[in-house]
Design a protein around this ligand. Structure first.
Ligand code: GLA
Length: 383
């Protein structure tokens, strides 16, 4: 274990499911078990989604020794039993706490209880901790100090626990998150289930989070520590606890594709008991997931903008390029991508990762017509 916080965890961006987007306050152990079953039956576990994370509102309180316990009605079997249930199915167990006195939902936070809570989580068999930043003094020095404190407490337990920093990018966690022991750090406020932003702060749409708020952060992502543009809304269809009007199939596909090019953690947020077949197909596309999980661990970046269309590139371990051509416009557009924009020359073989088809060799440029809010995702190989 090196002292920069890299512990071999999160060699590629973490993948899994989290309760918040679909269930909000209404999380309980039956839901978690049903999601585990659904991950397995749908093939999503096989596709790489292994962390099952309980977000806020699992709490009962603190006992006379200061230890947290779960809500007795919501989690009657207790957390160790739930962890065992998930582990027996090849899944990993994630939980949520907060660096302040209370969580964002008003449950007990970990401030002043960092060691005790880290120990409790390790004893329960927790593999992932999402650590929020409500009800804490909101300045950079405090943020860094409190995250370091929990990062150290987790390491101290000796159990490999993936540490997910959630202070919404307020204090530029990409600069210090890794050193604090973090394996991913939120870069934005909360996502909601819509293409555009809603009227409130915690209602960031896919378009602004994905295309605007991640640019320039690519230097900070690498194996062991990732920028986190928040969880996936694919499949929520306007029914999630986080609100939002829902997205079209093409918009969900664009969201998923961009997150993969960004080497973002892929944390599903929809109710997997009733996910529609198109969303399931989107979340399962192995060739697009392979861009996200590429072992080189480079985050994609925008190389050019043509009106409201954009081209993003992600260099891959074998010398291939992941390329996304995106139409953010409200009308269909034709886009021509000259190789000079990608800083490449001569002949490249193109594979369309949504059509799942080889398109043949291209020399000098590539052109595509895109419906409004649609994208074309290519894998380019030299030759
Ligand atoms: C914050 C986080 C969300 C979620 C809620 C839970 O808003 O950013 O992702 O964890 O708290 O209360």
């Amino acid at each position: 274990m090196s002292d920069d916080g890299y512990t071999g965890l999160a060699a590629t961006p973490p993948m899994g499911w989290n309760s918040w987007n679909a269930f909000g306050k209404e999380v309980n152990e039956a839901v978690v078990r049903q999601m585990a079953d659904a991950l397995i039956e749908s093939g999503l576990r096989q596709a790489g989604y292994t962390y099952v994370v309980i977000d806020d509102h699992w709490h009962g309180g603190r006992d006379e020794h200061g230890a947290l316990y779960p809500h007795p009605q919501k989690f009657p079997s207790g957390m160790p039993a739930l962890a065992e249930h998930l582990h027996a199915r090849g899944l990993k167990f994630g939980i949520y706490s907060d660096a302040g006195e209370k969580t964002c939902g008003g449950e007990p936070g970990s401030l002043g209880y960092e060691e005790i809570d880290a120990r409790t989580f390790a004893d329960w068999g927790v593999d992932f901790l999402k650590y929020d930043f409500c009800h804490a003094p909101d300045d950079r020095a405090t943020a860094e100090r409190l995250y370091r404190k929990m990062g150290a407490a987790l390491r101290q337990t000796g159990r490999p626990i993936l540490f997910s920093i959630c202070e919404w990018g307020h204090h530029r966690p990409w600069l210090w998150g890794r050193a604090a022991g973090g394996h991913m750090w939120r870069t934005t406020g909360d996502i909601w289930d819509g293409w555009r932003d809603g009227p409130h702060v915690a209602q960031n749409g896919i378009d602004s989070i994905g295309f605007e708020q991640q640019r320039g952060l690519e230097a900070y992502a690498a194996p062991g520590g990732w920028n986190d543009p928040d969880m996936l809304v694919v499949g929520l269809r306007g029914r999630g606890a986080i609100g939002g009007p829902g997205c079209s199939d093409l918009e969900y596909r664009t969201h998923f594709s961009l997150w993969c090019l960004l080497a973002a953690p892929l944390i599903i947020g929809c109710d997997l008991r009733q996910v529609d077949p198109v969303s399931l197909e989107t979340l399962s596309n192995p060739e697009v997931i392979a861009l996200d999980q590429d072992p080189l661990g480079r985050q994609g970046y925008r190389v050019c903008r043509l009106g409201r269309c954009e081209v993003w590139v992600k260099p891959l371990a074998n010398g291939d390029l992941g390329v996304g051509v995106f139409n953010r416009d409200d009308a269909a557009r034709a886009v021509n991508v000259p190789w000079s924009d990608l800083e490449i020359e001569s002949r490249w073989q193109a594979r369309d990762l949504w059509q799942r088809a080889d398109l043949g060799a291209f020399e000098g440029s590539f052109s595509v017509e895109l419906e409004s809010h649609a994208c074309c995702i290519l894998r380019l190989s030299p030759g």
